[in-house]
Design a protein around this ligand. Structure first.
Ligand SMILES: Cc1ncc(COP(=O)(O)O)c(C=O)c1O
Length: 340
């Protein structure tokens, strides 16, 4: 049976050309700052995002935790959107390990400067002080939504005026840049620091890069070591990241087209609630009749893999290992399963 895996854009396999680049990578001990391929990746990431420095880390979750450790501390508060990945999907690491709590703004992950302003509070002997404002772009649980750039600028101006750092979880920021047709640095410019993932639709097997000022990198580097994220001859992975940044960014447009194709097909399936107009990038959220988990199981029996973020919705994510023909077959299976 054919398997069409739409659970996440993390399921991609490294291509032969990427593996070749990994095999040929010059390596050294990165804990001693001696891996030339890691240095090359960090320099490229910094250049693309318009920041002075980059730091290669093993995962998006570690990038998020390090950013919170650098910018905030025990008893501090982080303002973010509802269902943000660091709050919802990282086993409570921000609370458990950075000691922060979240002042979250209801909605689909997007919010306004006014909503941030309402939540900023001073550090007193009663209250947690606001230490950090956090934006996730694109927003995963929001359905791959793009945070409006003008609103980011307004929030950044507010943060500057109030002396607060602004961080971007840009796990999929390249998706936002490709969808808007702008260089990624245009979207990262307002942020003090950010991370992006190499393993989400860019096709690398692992790794994220944290970018920011040199001081931010110095602090982040210490926390990476503290968390056990210092890796040795890791140029092998950095080479995959370099390959991903050089070859797999522009093609993200195909994933967006496939997501719209899927959304349009699913919108015609009786019982599913899908609005193709809401599909901005590579994530399609479908409201489902009955229990989402059960439907995911029935689809899996027919070879179509999806994920249920909660009991009312299932999520399909397009990526470089599924083409338009596979999308059409997946949509046909969904239609048949729901009709059965
Ligand atoms: C928005 C966002 N941030 C962070 C992460 C965490 O990345 P990782 O799985 O590499 O830890 C994810 C993973 O899906 C994500 O969607």
């Amino acid at each position: 049976m054919e398997r069409i895996d739409l659970r996440s854009d993390t399921v991609t396999l490294p291509s032969p050309a990427m593996r070749e680049a990994m095999a040929r990578a010059a390596v050294g001990d990165d804990v001693w700052n001696e891996d030339p391929t890691v240095a090359e990746l960090e320099a490229l990431a910094a250049e693309l995002t318009g920041k002075p420095a980059g730091l290669f880390v093993p995962s998006g979750s570690m990038a998020n935790l390090i950013a919170q450790l650098v910018h905030a501390g025990r008893g501090d508060e982080v303002i973010c959107g509802q269902d943000t990945h660091c709050m919802h999907d990282e086993v409570g690491a921000g609370a458990a390990l950075a000691g922060v709590q979240y002042a979250w703004i209801p909605g689909d992950g997007r919010f306004t400067a006014e909503q941030v302003a309402e939540r900023i509070r001073p550090r007193t002997f009663h209250t947690p002080g606001t230490a950090l404002v956090w934006i996730e772009n694109t927003h995963n649980r929001g359905g791959g939504t793009i945070f409006p750039p003008d609103e980011v600028s307004r929030i950044a101006a507010l943060c500057r005026a109030r002396g607060l750092p602004l961080h971007l979880d840009g796990a999929r920021i390249f998706h936002a840049a490709v969808a808007r047709g702008v260089p990624v640095r245009e979207l990262t410019r307002p942020f003090d620091s950010l991370s992006f993932c190499l393993s989400k639709a860019l096709g690398a097997p692992a790794g994220s890069v944290l970018c920011g000022s040199r001081e931010f990198r110095t602090a982040a580097h210490r926390f990476r070591k503290m968390l056990g994220g210092g890796m040795r001859q890791v140029g092998i992975l950095a080479a995959a990241g370099l390959y991903a940044l050089r070859h797999n960014v522009d093609r993200i447009a195909e994933d967006h087209a496939n997501a719209r194709r899927l959304a349009t097909a699913l919108a015609a399936v009786p019982g599913l609630a899908v609005d193709p107009a809401r599909v901005e990038t590579n994530i399609v959220m479908a409201g489902v009749p009955g229990a989402a988990g059960k439907l995911v199981e029935r689809l899996a029996e027919r070879g179509v893999l999806a994920w249920a973020p909660d009991d009312r919705r299932i999520r399909f994510v397009t990526h470089l290992d599924v083409d338009a023909a596979a999308i059409d077959r997946a949509a046909a299976v969904v239609r048949e399963v729901l009709a059965a």
